[in-house]
Design a protein around this ligand. Structure first.
Ligand SMILES: Nc1ncnc2c1ncn2[C@@H]1O[C@H](COP(=O)(O)OP(=O)(O)OP(=O)(O)O)[C@@H](O)[C@H]1O
Ligand SMILES: [Mg+2]
Length: 509
C-alpha cells in the first residue's frame, strides 16, 4: 500500500461508522485475498504434500521395513503395541530378541557403524512389508496380554520419530549451534533431519547413561527415525508413571523429588554437559522409586548459544509444577546459580552423587518467600543471557542495543563470589567489549543527545547555537558530554529493570 493510499484511509473517519468498520476488516484480511491467477496443478501438489506431512503417521513403508529388519536381526523378538502417541514421536512396547548385538556392544560400536549405514538401508528396501506387524503397532498396548505371553523377556521401548515436516521445522534451532552436529549438511531435508534428531536423542541418552550420575533408560540402538531403549515398566506390562501422574505418598515425598530434580539439573549440566531443554513433569518417569529422565532429543550442550535460555526455561517449568503441588520452592535465580557454579560453598559431599547434592539443596538453598524474591525472579526471567559476544546472533542485536540482555558474568557479580565461583568460567573480555561497543553506538550515532526524551523545541535551540561554535570548542564540548554520559551510565538503572520496578510499585498501591 502506498503512502497516499494510507492517507486516503485516514480520512475515512469522517465517513459513517459502518464503513469505517468495513475498512478495518478489509485492512485486517487484505493479505489473505489471492489476486494471482489460480493454478490447479500447483495447489493439488501442495495439498498432497501437506497431507503427507501431517496425516501420514509414523508407520510409513520405509519405517515398517526397518522395524522388520530389527526383528530379523534379532534385536527385537516381538512388538506389542503402542504406549504413547505424541506430536513428534510414538513410543511402542517390544520384547528384546536374542541378538548379542544389543546392550553394551552397541553402545561402543555405534560410531563406526554409521559409516556404512546407507548400504544397509538399501538391503531393507527389498524387504516385504509385514501387515500383521503394522496392525499390531497400530493398536494400543494391552498389558494383561503381555504378562501371559512372557514374564522374563527383556522389555524395550521403541521411539519412532514422525517424519512430519511441519513439526521438525522448529527443531533446527536446537541443532543449529551444536558443535556435535556442525557437519550435518542435511538440516533442510526433513527425512535426514529426523534421522539427526533420533541420533541426537540416542547420543544424549548414551552420554547421560554412561556418566552414571542420573538414571535414564539404557539406550540400545538407533537407526533412521527409530530409537530403541530400555523399557521402564512397573513389572506388569504398564509403563512406569510420569511424575505428573505419580501418586505421592506424602508431602515429604514431594519435597524429596523437588530437591532431587534440582540436583539432577546440576549433574546434567556439570557432569553430562547437557541442558535438557524440555524438562517438565511429563518427561520424568518414576521408576522403582527413582526419577528417570526421558525425552532428551532436544537437549543441548552448554556451548549452544541458547543453552542458558533453555536452562532457565527448565527451571521455570519445574518450579511451576512443584509450586502447584503446594510446597516451598527456591527462587529461579538461586537454582540457576546452583546449577552453573563450579563449586559449592560448604559442600563436603561427592559432586557426582545426587543424594549428597539433594541433601545440600534441601539444607542450603534459601526458600522463595518475599515479594522481593518474586520481583527478582521476574527480572531474572526477562534478562537476555549470553555466554559471550560470539553467542550473539544478528537477530538479537536489537535486544542487545536496547540493553535487554546481561552477560552471565554481570548477573553473577551481584552475588557472593566465593559461593558462586562459576563467574570465572565465563569470558570477562566479552563483557568489556560489550560496554565499549555500547558506548560507541550511543555516542557516535546519537551525538551528545540525552536518552531522556527532551522537548523538540529545546533541542532546536541548542542546535542553532552549535552552528557558530569554533572547531576546538566543539571537540571539547563533545568530549565533555561523552565523559559526563559515561559517568552517568555507571549509576544508571537499566531501562527494563526500571520498568519492572515501576510496575511493581504501582501494583502495590
Ligand atoms: N523408556 C521408556 N519406558 C517406558 N515408557 C516410556 C519410555 N520412553 C517413553 N515412554 C512413554 O512414552 C511417552 C512419550 O515419550 P517421550 O516423552 O520420549 O516422547 P515425546 O517426544 O514427548 O513425544 P511427544 O512430544 O510427541 O508427545 C512418555 O511420556 C512415557 O509415558
Ligand atoms: Mg515427552
Amino acid at each position: 500500500m502506498s503512502l497516499e493510499d494510507k492517507f486516503d484511509r485516514l480520512n475515512i473517519s469522517n465517513e459513517p461508522r459502518t464503513e469505517h468498520a468495513n475498512n478495518k476488516i478489509l485492512d485486517k484480511y487484505e493479505h489473505k485475498f489471492k489476486t494471482d491467477e489460480m493454478s490447479f496443478t500447483r495447489s493439488k501438489t501442495n495439498k498432497d504434500k501437506a497431507n503427507r506431512a501431517t496425516v501420514e503417521n509414523v508407520l510409513d513403508p520405509r519405517t515398517m521395513r526397518f522395524l522388520k529388519a530389527l526383528t530379523s536381526r534379532g534385536v527385537i523378538s516381538d512388538f506389542n503395541g503402542c504406549l504413547s502417541t505424541g506430536k513428534e514421536a510414538n513410543v511402542y512396547h517390544a520384547f528384546a530378541g536374542d541378538s548379542k548385538l544389543h546392550a553394551d556392544v552397541v553402545l561402543e560400536a555405534k560410531e563406526e557403524e554409521d559409516e556404512d549405514e546407507d548400504e544397509n538401508e538399501e538391503d531393507e528396501d527389498d524387504l516385504p512389508i509385514d501387515h500383521n506387524l503394522k496392525e499390531k503397532l497400530e493398536t494400543e498396548l494391552r498389558p494383561e496380554m503381555l504378562t501371559k505371553v512372557s514374564q522374563d523377556k527383556k522389555e524395550y521401548a521403541v521411539k519412532i520419530f514422525k517424519t512430519s515436516i511441519l513439526v521438525f521445522k522448529d527443531r533446527e534451532r536446537y541443532v543449529d549451534g551444536e558443535f556435535r552436529f556442525r557437519n550435518s549438511r542435511s538440516q533442510h531435508n526433513p527425512r535426514k533431519m529426523i534421522k539427526i534428531w533420533a541420533e541426537k536423542e540416542f547420543r544424549n541418552l548414551r552420554r547421560i547413561y554412561q556418566s552414571g550420575v542420573i538414571p535414564v533408560p539404557k539406550p540400545i540402538e538407533v537407526k533412521n527415525n527409530v530409537l530403541v531403549m530400555e523399557f521402564l515398566g512397573r513389572g506388569d506390562g504398564f509403563a512406569s508413571p510420569r511424575l505428573k501422574d505419580h501418586p505421592y505418598k506424602d508431602r515429604e515425598e514431594i519435597f524429596h523429588y523437588y530437591h532431587t530434580i534440582v540436583a539432577y539439573m546440576r549433574l546434567m549440566y556439570q557432569i553430562c554437559r547437557l541442558v535438557h531443554a524440555d524438562l517438565s513433569e511429563y518427561n520424568i518417569l518414576i521408576h522403582k522409586d527413582k526419577m528417570y529422565i526421558i525425552d532428551v532429543s532436544q537437549s543441548v550442550e552448554p556451548e549452544h548459544p541458547m543453552s542458558l535460555d533453555f536452562l532457565r526455561m527448565d527451571i521455570k517449568n519445574i518450579n511451576f509444577y512443584f509450586e502447584k503441588m503446594g510446597i516451598d520452592i527456591f527462587p529461579e535465580r538461586v537454582i540457576f546459580q546452583f546449577i552453573i557454579s563450579d563449586t559449592l560453598e560448604n559442600f563436603n559431599g561427592d559432586y557426582r552423587d545426587y543424594n549428597d547434592l539433594r541433601d545440600y539443596v534441601a539444607q542450603n538453598l534459601p526458600i522463595k518467600k518475599s515479594e522481593q524474591d518474586e520481583a527478582e525472579d521476574e527480572i531474572f526471567r526477562s534478562l537476555y543471557l549470553v555466554r559471550n559476544l560470539e553467542g550473539l546472533e544478528e537477530r538479537d542485536f536489537d535486544r542487545y542495543t536496547d540493553g535487554k540482555f546481561d552477560l552471565l558474568k554481570s548477573l553473577i557479580a551481584h552475588d557472593n563470589e566465593k559461593n558462586f565461583s562459576a563467574a570465572e568460567q565465563f569470558d570477562l573480555k566479552a563483557q568489556d567489549a560489550t560496554t565499549d561497543e555500547e558506548d560507541e553506538i550511543s555516542e557516535e550515532d546519537f551525538d551528545g543527545e540525552d536518552d531522556d526524551d527532551e522537548g523538540y523545541e529545546s533541542e532546536e535551540k541548542v542546535l542553532k547555537g552549535k552552528r557558530y561554535e569554533d572547531k576546538d570548542a566543539k571537540k571539547l564540548r563533545k568530549q565533555e558530554a561523552k565523559d559526563a554520559k559515561r559517568e552517568k551510565r555507571k549509576t544508571k538503572v537499566k531501562k527494563h529493570i526500571k520498568k519492572k520496578l515501576v510496575k511493581k510499585t504501582k501494583s502495590k498501591k
